[in-house]
Design a protein around this ligand. Structure first.
Ligand SMILES: *[C@@H]1O[C@H](CO)[C@@H](O)[C@H](O)[C@H]1NC(C)=O
Ligand SMILES: *[C@@H]1O[C@H](CO)[C@@H](O)[C@H](O)[C@H]1NC(C)=O
Ligand SMILES: *[C@@H]1O[C@H](CO)[C@@H](O)[C@H](O)[C@H]1NC(C)=O
Ligand SMILES: *[C@@H]1O[C@H](CO)[C@@H](O)[C@H](O)[C@H]1NC(C)=O
Ligand SMILES: *[C@@H]1O[C@H](CO)[C@@H](O)[C@H](O)[C@H]1NC(C)=O
Ligand SMILES: *[C@@H]1O[C@H](CO)[C@@H](O)[C@H](O)[C@H]1NC(C)=O
Ligand SMILES: *[C@@H]1O[C@H](CO)[C@@H](O)[C@H](O)[C@H]1NC(C)=O
Ligand SMILES: *[C@@H]1O[C@H](CO)[C@@H](O)[C@H](O)[C@H]1NC(C)=O
Ligand SMILES: *[C@@H]1O[C@H](CO)[C@@H](O)[C@H](O)[C@H]1NC(C)=O
Length: 853
């Protein structure tokens, strides 16, 4: 076998470039052969074919590309130059050997040269600049544009394997990128942070410098190119429409299109969720986001609706934050005026002068108060009889006040007039019936049957309500009118209303009753003067005189009465830690008849006290505890020593002063949470509470437990004596519930400290900054974010369950699990208020209420 070495070759093919060639160790007879040759690299020898007589030389034909050839004499197959993969990847040649006469001896044989790629081409973008548009609040990871680069190298090799990356990001407000690029596809999308913070009002143009590298971006000597990508941020299409006003009781054919929402994403499924618990939600949403009201609304039933519209992808995941829709139902005049009484009766004395106000017709209207729809006007439509004239009465148009127009009425003309009063609002009319009764003038005074009713003697314990006397006066005026009805009153002798007089309106008989307990010791005798009067005024010239008065005496007799306490309530304040047998107070009672008394306690259920039965001194009988009972209220009884039945009671109230004996806690009435993604620096208030009295927790101190995670993730700062701010220190929080160990100190006497684990949820928020959390439906539900779940009523969940059947039929029920909302498949969401938002880039958050019902 021939060994061909460089030096020998140098002689054959006079060129210095051969020098670097390695020795070619292969030679052989003519046959079909394949060669792999790297592109570039310059001239080289591939093979030497050996001559077999009678052949004397070789001949090559085919795709020689001007540089591939075989030396006829030596049989050396060589390339005099560089092959280029990008130009031609395979060269096919035919080689044959010939004899002296030029006739073929062997062959032709196929010699195939496969050119191998080397990485000799940098990637190139197919545009010099790219422009893209992204909507505010677009879904993170959802591409809104692509960049595209090519590389001429062999796509089967890493030489043409491209990897995209973002080199620069202008302007840069945040540590985190607002945009990301898929390194394989060149798809550009907002990051989670970007989805949250992008806002055309703050910054509407960004320039990214995107780089592409070949060799899969893996080696440092890969080729790279870069290009500018200019991104315009546009307002989100997905935004809540302004408050919608719908006229109630609409006659349009329902459903009626009231507004439209538009997702930033294509092909989303829209759905509605109620915010309030309603028997039904009279709204629906169509596939294209048009929202309809499904039936006429009634303002008098409900004048405002609030609900959410959500956009979901085909798997049921929420694509964007839920939007709140608010609908106000506007009043129309759909309620007629209503008379307050079927028949309004008015009495008028014969002597009433023209212009006198004789009564008012009352009517109401259910339409919106203060609007013209409930404005009522009054008008007399008819008067029966029309004698002596057709217009005896006048009604004030806007108040319904009835007056006499002209002369006084006379019973001889008519004792009764029937009026129809037309009450109208701008669209409706109602008739109210009125009867005017003409009554006699009041020219007779009540006359008592006797002027002196003598006396009665009553024991002081006669029960309240007892009738002690019946009286009678008579009145000559028209019966059953205000001119003859008699009202009896105690004119003199009863300053404290110890007595009361009731009248039988048919007979005018009066009944004197005891109104308040009698007390011999306070008032043994009453000298009473009773007067009798009419509710209607007397006609001019007539006056009540002595005949309308009567006198009466009441003698009160003494009975043995129970002892009485000096005070109805004995109250004192003591420290909760006083020792047993401490004197806390002394009660005192006396007996009206001067008998000796003895004291006892009643209702001392905690057995905290005892009383000295003779002196009335009250002592503690055991240890007290303010946290069991802050105000201990029992009764103290006193009775006559010789007649235990003569007994009375007073209240005994012990107010316990606090001693610091309770550990401080964190108030959990409101769940603590931050909207995801967290950017760091948001803050929310947390509150410390303590079962001890105010005095002892007026100065709580808050600190984080000395644990690495706590200190790295959170920050606490004092707000006031009871509240502190909690802030996440950075933005790398997942959507889940974190335990934050907090140390509370109440700074009391003695100071008490407590370590509590505060549950803090990081959750996706709605546009109203409410936390959206999926409820685990089948297990006991509050597993995710326990603190949160528990507070929100079962009602809401029930409400949602009902709605599931109605609105969410397309949603597959998933097996129970607890995840954050963005992975949820079911409609079971709950909403919470967001308390915090970053101050730096967005508007200041509003506090909303979710559970309004
Ligand atoms: C090789 O190429 C060079 C320049 O292209 C030429 O001068 C030389 O004659 C060639 N040699 C052979 C053996 O073809
Ligand atoms: C660049 O390539 C992409 C993807 O093939 C293509 O859609 C786009 O039209 C190209 N741009 C230009 C300017 O050729
Ligand atoms: C490209 O992205 C994939 C997945 O996103 C990642 O695993 C890979 O390491 C990335 N390649 C480069 C070169 O960054
Ligand atoms: C709606 O209006 C009609 C008259 O237009 C009225 O008869 C009906 O009572 C109204 N309904 C309600 C609920 O107010
Ligand atoms: C809804 O109403 C608006 C305004 O009246 C109208 O422009 C729109 O075409 C309507 N949409 C549908 C789906 O009827
Ligand atoms: C009747 O007695 C009452 C109560 O003292 C008093 O207000 C009223 O003026 C008296 N009426 C007459 C007519 O004296
Ligand atoms: C009326 O009440 C006052 C105060 O309660 C009391 O001092 C007075 O004795 C009472 N008078 C009568 C007649 O009961
Ligand atoms: C009171 O007046 C009536 C008439 O109104 C008269 O009959 C009666 O005698 C008078 N009584 C006294 C005591 O003056
Ligand atoms: C501390 O601030 C909270 C929230 O503003 C407030 O409700 C609370 O009353 C304040 N506490 C004190 C002791 O001032």
């Amino acid at each position: 076998m021939l060994r061909l070495c460089g030096l020998q070759f140098l002689l054959l093919i006079h060129s210095a470039v051969w020098l670097h060639l390695e020795c070619l160790s292969v030679s052989g007879p003519l046959k079909d052969m394949d060669f792999n040759v790297q592109e570039g690299g310059g001239p080289r020898i591939l093979h030497q074919f050996t001559l077999e007589p009678p052949a004397v030389s070789f001949r090559a034909s085919g795709e020689k590309a001007g540089i591939i050839d075989i030396d006829p004499k030596t049989g050396i197959l060589y390339i005099n130059g560089s092959l280029d993969w990008e130009t031609k990847q395979v060269h096919k040649l035919q080689v044959e050997s010939v004899d002296e006469s030029g006739s073929r001896v062997k062959g032709p044989y196929a010699v195939t040269i496969y050119v191998e790629d080397i990485n000799d081409n940098p990637p190139e973008f197919n545009q010099t600049e790219y422009k893209g548009v992204v909507r505010q609040n677009s879904r993170p990871g959802k591409p809104f544009m692509y960049v595209y680069a090519t590389d001429r190298d062999d796509p089967k090799t890493p030489h043409a394997q491209l990897s995209y990356s973002i080199l620069h990001h202008f302007p840069k407000y945040f540590e985190e990128m607002l945009f990301q690029i898929d390194n394989a596809t060149g798809a550009i999308s907002p990051t989670k942070t970007g989805s949250y913070y992008l806002d055309p009002l703050k910054q509407d143009t960004f320039t990214l410098v995107v780089s592409v590298k070949d060799m899969g971006g893996m080696t440092t000597n890969a080729f790279a190119s870069s290009v500018d990508v200019v991104i315009t941020v546009m307002e989100s299409l997905w935004k809540a429409p302004p408050t919608i006003h719908i006229k109630e009781n609409s006659t349009q054919v329902h459903p009626v299109n009231i507004t439209k929402v538009q997702s930033n994403e294509p092909d989303v499924i829209y759905d509605l969720f109620e915010k309030e618990k309603l028997p039904r939600l009279p709204f629906s949403v169509s596939e294209d986001g048009t929202i309809y009201v499904t039936e006429p609304l009634d303002r008098e039933e409900k004048d405002m609706y609030t609900f959410y519209v959500v956009s979901k992808d085909s798997t049921g995941e929420l694509v964007e934050k839920p939007l709140q829709i608010q609908v106000i139902v506007e009043d129309i005049n759909d309620n007629p005026p209503v008379c307050q009484q079927d028949l309004t009766v008015v009495e008028v004395q014969e002597n009433e002068k023209g212009g006198s106000n004789i009564g008012t017709v009352l009517a109401t209207d259910m339409d919106e108060k203060g609007s013209l729809n409930s404005r009522l006007r009054f008008q007399i439509q008819s008067q029966e009889p029309q004698y002596p004239s057709g217009s005896l009465f006048y009604i004030q148009q806007d108040t319904g006040t009835l007056q006499l127009t002209g002369p006084s009425l006379s019973k001889r003309d008519s004792a009764k007039y029937s009026l129809t009063v037309l009450v109208s609002d701008p669209d409706f009319k109602t008739i109210c019936d009125v009867e005017v009764h003409v009554i006699d003038i009041n020219d007779q005074i009540p006359i008592f049957e006797k002027s002196d009713y003598d006396s009665v003697t009553l024991s002081e314990n006669t029960p309240v309500g007892t009738v002690i006397l019946e009286i009678q006066a008579t009145d000559g005026d028209e019966p059953a009118t205000g001119s003859s009805l008699i009202v009896y009153q105690m004119k003199e002798g009863d300053p404290n209303n110890t007595f009361i007089i009731e009248t039988d309106s048919e007979t005018n008989r009066g009944f004197v009753k005891i109104n308040k307990a009698l007390d011999f010791e306070a008032m043994p005798v009453y000298n009473l003067v009773i007067n009798a009067t009419n509710p209607e005024p007397l006609v001019q010239g007539v006056q009540y005189n002595e005949s309308s008065l009567a006198t009466f005496k009441v003698f009160v007799t003494n009975v043995d009465e129970p002892p009485v306490f000096q005070k109805p309530v004995y109250k004192t304040e003591v420290s909760e830690d006083i020792p047993v047998n401490t004197l806390v107070m002394t009660v005192e009672a006396y007996d009206p008849e001067g008998d000796s008394v003895r004291y006892s306690l009643e209702g001392d259920v905690r057995k905290w006290l005892r009383i000295d039965s003779v002196t009335g001194q009250v002592y503690t009988a055991s240890l007290l505890d303010r946290e069991k009972e802050e105000i201990y209220s029992i009764e103290v009884a006193v009775s006559e020593l010789n007649n235990a039945a003569q007994k009375s009671k007073a209240f005994l109230v012990l107010q316990l002063r606090d001693v610091n004996d309770n550990h401080p806690q964190i108030a959990t009435d409101n769940p603590t949470f931050f909207c995801y993604p967290v950017s760091g620096g948001e803050k929310t208030l947390i509150q410390a509470i303590d079962a001890d009295e105010l005095l002892f927790y007026s100065k709580f101190t808050f600190s984080l437990a000395d644990e690495m995670n706590a200190r790295n993730n959170w920050e606490i700062s004092k707000y006031n004596a009871t509240h502190a701010y909690l802030s996440p220190k950075h933005g790398n929080f997942e959507e889940k519930v974190y335990d934050v160990p907090i140390i509370l100190n109440d700074n009391g006497e003695p100071p008490l400290e407590n370590k509590v684990n505060l549950k803090v949820s990081i959750c996706k928020c709605s546009t109203e900054n409410s936390c959206f959390i999926e409820i685990d439906r089948q297990h006991s539900w509050p597993t995710a974010g326990q603190a949160i779940g528990i507070l929100l009523g079962v009602l809401l969940i029930i409400g949602l369950e009902q709605r599931t059947q109605k609105f969410a039929t397309s949603i597959a029920r998933q097996s129970p699990r607890v995840t954050s909302w963005c992975h949820s498949k079911g409609p079971s969401f709950q909403l919470f208020n967001c308390q915090t938002k970053p101050q730096s880039y967005r508007s200041v958050p509003q506090q909303g209420t979710i559970l309004s019902a």
